[in-house]
Design a protein around this ligand. Structure first.
Ligand code: PEP
Ligand code: MG
Length: 769
C-alpha cells in the first residue's frame, strides 16, 4: 500500500501512475498480465487505460460496455470474478488487438467507492486455476486503495463547467472574547485560518511580495511543494502509522494535472506574475468545485486552496523553513472530519475552533487522543474572521481570545510551561491499583490511535481494555485492506508487551460516519445500520478485519475480540461463529493465527439487561459501554446538546442495570469491565466499585488520577453508597445522594469544587504538592 503512495508521488500524470501500478501489481502477484480499465459513467463504458503484458497499443482502444465480457460484468455486478480457465468461456471477450488469447486464469476485481463505479483491475496467467482466494483478497486491498486515488484524479480530469457560486463576501466583526465549550483540552496560540470545506477563493492579499517570478520559478515551486508534501506525508505516517499515507493524494493529483499548469502559463503569458497566475488558476478551480452538487467535489476546493497557498508561499519564499503555510495556525471551521484533524495535526496546526456544532463525539475523542486543543462555539460570526488574526485558545475552559493583549498571551504561556508532563504524572503511579482496604481494581487503557500506547505504558495501564478500531477506517478515503489492518494490530500487540488487549470490531455509523460508506444517508443513524449490524451486512469487510485481528494476535494469548452494539444472543452467536469460521478457514490456508481468542460483547443496548444471566453464560467476557447504554436507555442522543439534560448516567434505571450486569458476571466468575467515559468520573467510581466492577478501561491520561482516588476509597463506604444510589427511584433522589457523598467525602479533589476534576485540577494538585 505504501508503494502505491510512492508510485503516485513519482508519476508524471495519471496514466503514468496507472501504468506503474499495473507493473507493480504484476510483479507482486508474479503474473504476466495486469491491466486497469476505467469506467465512464456517461457512456456506460470501460476503457483499457494501463496494461502490463497485453499489447500497449490496445490502451484506450479496447473498450467494452457495462455488462459486456467478464470485465464489463465484474463492473456491472460490482463483484470479483475469478475463473480457473476462460478458454471456452462464452462470456470472455477476446480482443485481437490486445493479444489476450493465450491466458487461461482470470481474475477481475471491481474498483468502486461506495456505490460509485470507478473501474476494474484484471490479472491473467497462462496456466489454468492459477488464482485463489488469497490473490482475490490481495487485489481487493489494492483496488480499495486505487479507488480513492483514481476518484480524485477523475474529479480533476472530467470536470464539467457548472454555474459559478454566489459571491458571498464575508465581513469581519471584531470579537474580543468568545465563550465556548471544551472538546479537548490544552492551550493554543496562533494566527487564524478559516477552514470552511468550501474552499474560499483566494484574495489578492495573500500575495505579499512584489512579483518577479519566471516560468522556471513556477516549476521550481511545484517541485518544492511536491517535496514538502512528501515530507508531510512521511511525518504523518511516523506519528500516526495507522493513518492513510495517501491523505494528500488530491494535492499530488493537482500538482500533476497538465490543465492546472497550462492555465497558470496562460495567465503568465498574458503578463501576470507567477503567484498571481497561481491565485487566479486556483480561484477558477475553487469556483468550479465549490459550486458542484457533489459533496466530494466541493471538498476538493479545499485541497486546491491549500495547495495554491503552498505553491504561492514557495514562490514568495514565505515559511519555507518548514514549508507549511498553515503551520502555527489556529483553525476556525464549521465542520471537522477525523481526516481533517489528522491533516491539521500533521501540519502542526495549533488548535481549532469549531463553530455551530458539527461535532461528532468521535472527532472529540480523536482530538483528545491527538492532544489537539479543540473548542466548540455557537457564535457564527467567528467564521467571518480574516486570515492572520492572532487567536488564543484556552481549550481547557473553552475560551477563545481574539487578538489578545500581549500580557494575556504571556500569562498563558507561563501556565503552559508549568503544566505537568507525562513524566511528572507517571512518577507516582503504581503497578497495581488497590483500594484503601486492599481490593484490586485493574485500570486498563482505551486506545484510539497507536500513538497513545506510549502514554498507556508510561502510566502503567494493565492492558488495553478497548481498542477502537474505527480510526484507521475513519481517516482513510477507502476501506483499509486486511494487510494494512494487520500492520496496525500487530503493532498494538507488540507494544503492549504481553499485557491483555481487547480489540473491538468496527463500530461504524451512528456518529462515526465513513465518508465513503453508504450508510451516511440514513435518517436515524444512531438506530440504523451501525456497528455489528453494518458488519453483518458487509461480510467482506467483517472478514478482512477479523482475519487481520486473528493474524496479528498469533502468539498472543491474552487477546479479546469485542463486538459492539449487540442487541441479542442471536447476534452474538452469529458474530462469534463468524470469527470461528475465519479461524477454521485460516487454519486450512495454513496461516498463523490466534485460534483461541476470548470473545465478548459490549453491553450498550438495554435489551441485553433482561437476559443478562444468559448473556453472561454465553460470552467469555463483556464490557459495559455507558456512553451508548445511557443514550439507548434514555432515548437521548449522546451528541445532542439540546437533550443533554435527559442524558443522565445517574438515572436509577441505568444504575440498577449496571448493578444487575455486574452481579450476573461476578456470579459466574466472568470478567466484565466498564469502558464508557463514566469509568473515570469521581462520583461514579465509588458506585462502580461498590457494585463490584473490578476492571475499568479509561483514557490512559487519567490513570494516575483515578488510581489516586481509588487508593483512598474504602470499599465498605463504596458499597453503602452504591446501595443508597440504587435505592433511589428518581434522578433528583440519586443526585441528592451524590451531593451528600461529595460533601462528606474524604477526597481532597472536591475542595476544587468540581466533581469531574479536569486535568488542570490535577496539575494544580501536583503543583501544590
Ligand atoms: C461506549 O459506548 O460507552 C463506548 C465505550 O463506546 P464508544 O464511545 O466508542 O461508542
Ligand atoms: Mg459505544
Amino acid at each position: 500500500m505504501s508503494e502505491i503512495a510512492s508510485l503516485l508521488v513519482g508519476s508524471e500524470n495519471i496514466e503514468g501512475f496507472l501504468q506503474r501500478t499495473v507493473v507493480m501489481v504484476a510483479e507482486h502477484l508474479r503474473v504476466p498480465v495486469c491491466s486497469i480499465y476505467l469506467y465512464d459513467e456517461m457512456n456506460r463504458e470501460l476503457a483499457l487505460k494501463a496494461t502490463r503484458g497485453l499489447n500497449p497499443g490496445a490502451v484506450d482502444r479496447v473498450r467494452m460496455k457495462l455488462g459486456e465480457g467478464l470485465v464489463g460484468k465484474a463492473m456491472e455486478i460490482c463483484n470479483p470474478i475469478l475463473k480457473g480457465s476462460v478458454k471456452y468461456n462464452p462470456e470472455f471477450k477476446y480482443f485481437n488487438e490486445a493479444y489476450d488469447g493465450r491466458y487461461e486464469s482470470f481474475l477481475a476485481i471491481p474498483i468502486t467507492r461506495g456505490k460509485e463505479r470507478i473501474g476494474v483491475i484484471v490479472v491473467q496467467h497462462e496456466g489454468p486455476n492459477y488464482f485463489g482466494a488469497a490473490d482475490a483478497m490481495a487485489l481487493r486491498g489494492i483496488a480499495a486503495q486505487l479507488a480513492g486515488v483514481i476518484a480524485n484524479a477523475r474529479l480533476l480530469i472530467g470536470l464539467d463547467v457548472p454555474t459559478p457560486p454566489p459571491n458571498i463576501d464575508e465581513f469581519f466583526k471584531r470579537l474580543r472574547f468568545v465563550k465556548g465549550r471544551s472538546a479537548s483540552g490544552g492551550f493554543a496560540f496562533g494566527l487564524s485560518a478559516i477552514f470552511d470545506h468550501k474552499g474560499a477563493e483566494l484574495g489578492e492579499e495573500i500575495i505579499t511580495v512584489g512579483e518577479t517570478s519566471t516560468v522556471e520559478d513556477f516549476k521550481r515551486s511545484l517541485s518544492e511543494t511536491a517535496r514538502q508534501l512528501e515530507e508531510l506525508q512521511r511525518r504523518l505516517f511516523e506519528r500516526l502509522p495507522e493513518a492513510a499515507s495517501l491523505i494528500f493524494d488530491a494535492h499530488h493529483m493537482i500538482l500533476k494535472d497538465a490543465g492546472f499548469s497550462r492555465r497558470v502559463f496562460d495567465y503568465m503569458g498574458s503578463g501576470k506574475g507567477a503567484a498571481e497566475a497561481v491565485r487566479l488558476t486556483a480561484n477558477h478551480y475553487i469556483k468550479l468545485f465549490s459550486s458542484s452538487s457533489h459533496e466530494a467535489l466541493r471538498e476538493k476546493a479545499l485541497d486546491v486552496e491549500d495547495l495554491a497557498l503552498r505553491i504561492i508561499a514557495n514562490l514568495q519564499a514565505i515559511n519555507v523553513a518548514d514549508g507549511m503555510p498553515v503551520a502555527e495556525r489556529v483553525i476556525v471551521t464549521d465542520m471537522l472530519y477525523p481526516s481533517d484533524m489528522l491533516r491539521l495535526v500533521a501540519e502542526d496546526v495549533r488548535g481549532a475552533v469549531l463553530v455551530g456544532g458539527g461535532l461528532t463525539s468521535h472527532v472529540s475523542i480523536l482530538s483528545r487522543s491527538l492532544q489537539f486543543p479543540l473548542v466548540l462555539v455557537d457564535n457564527k460570526e467567528l467564521l467571518g474572521i480574516p486570515r492572520g488574526i492572532p487567536i488564543l485558545l484556552d481549550a481547557d475552559l473553552g475560551n477563545v481570545y481574539v487578538d489578545p493583549a500581549p500580557d494575556v498571551v504571556e500569562q498563558f504561556e507561563t501556565r503552559n510551561k508549568t503544566r505537568a508532563s507525562i513524566d511528572l504524572l507517571s512518577r507516582n503511579v503504581r503497578d497495581v491499583t488497590l483500594t484503601r482496604d486492599g481490593e484490586r481494581i485493574r485500570l486498563m487503557a482505551n486506545i484510539n490511535i497507536l500513538g497513545e500506547l506510549e502514554i498507556a505504558r508510561a502510566l502503567k495501564a494493565e492492558g488495553v481494555g478497548l481498542y477502537r478500531t474505527e480510526f484507521p477506517y475513519l481517516v482513510r478515503s477507502s476501506y483499509p485492506s486486511e494487510e494494512e489492518q494487520y500492520q496496525v494490530y500487530r503493532k498494538l500487540f507488540s507494544e503492549m508487551e504481553g499485557r491483555p488487549v481487547v480489540i473491538r470490531t468496527l463500530d461504524l455509523a451512528g456518529d462515526k460516519m465513513l465518508p465513503y460508506a453508504e450508510s451516511r444517508q440514513e435518517d436515524n443513524p444512531q438506530l440504523g445500520l451501525r456497528s455489528i449490524r453494518f458488519l453483518f451486512e458487509n461480510k467482506d469487510i467483517f472478514e478482512q478485519q477479523v482475519r487481520a485481528v486473528l493474524r496479528a494476535g498469533a502468539g498472543f494469548y491474552k487477546m479479546g475480540i469485542l463486538f459492539p452494539l449487540v442487541s441479542s444472543l442471536d447476534e452474538f452467536r452469529e458474530a462469534r461463529d463468524f470469527v470461528l469460521s475465519c479461524v477454521n478457514q485460516m487454519q486450512k490456508e495454513g496461516l498463523p493465527c490466534n485460534d483461541r481468542p476470548s470473545i465478548g460483547l459490549m453491553i450498550e443496548v438495554p435489551a441485553l439487561v433482561d437476559i443478562i444471566d444468559d448473556v453472561a453464560e454465553a460470552v467469555d467476557f463483556a464490557s459495559i459501554g455507558t456512553n451508548d447504554l445511557v443514550q439507548y436507555m434514555l432515548a437521548a442522543d449522546r451528541g445532542n446538546d439540546k437533550v443533554a439534560k435527559y442524558y443522565q448516567p445517574f438515572h436509577p434505571s441505568v444504575l440498577r442495570s449496571i448493578k444487575k450486569i455486574v452481579t450476573a458476571f461476578s456470579e459466574r466468575g466472568k470478567e466484565v469491565s466498564l469502558c464508557g467515559e463514566k469509568a473515570r468520573d469521581k462520583d461514579y467510581l465509588p458506585f462502580l466499585a461498590g457494585v463490584g466492577v473490578r476492571i475499568l478501561s479509561i483514557d490512559p491520561r487519567y490513570i494516575p488520577e483515578v488510581q489516586r482516588y481509588l487508593r483512598e476509597l474504602d470499599m465498605s463506604e463504596a458499597r453503602a453508597y452504591a446501595e443508597r444510589l440504587v435505592g433511589e427511584n428518581t434522578v433528583a433522589g440519586v443526585l441528592k445522594q451524590v451531593g451528600d457523598w461529595r460533601e462528606s467525602a474524604y477526597d481532597p479533589l472536591y475542595s476544587h469544587g468540581s466533581c469531574n476534576a479536569r486535568k488542570d485540577d490535577l496539575y494544580e494538585q501536583y503543583e501544590d504538592s
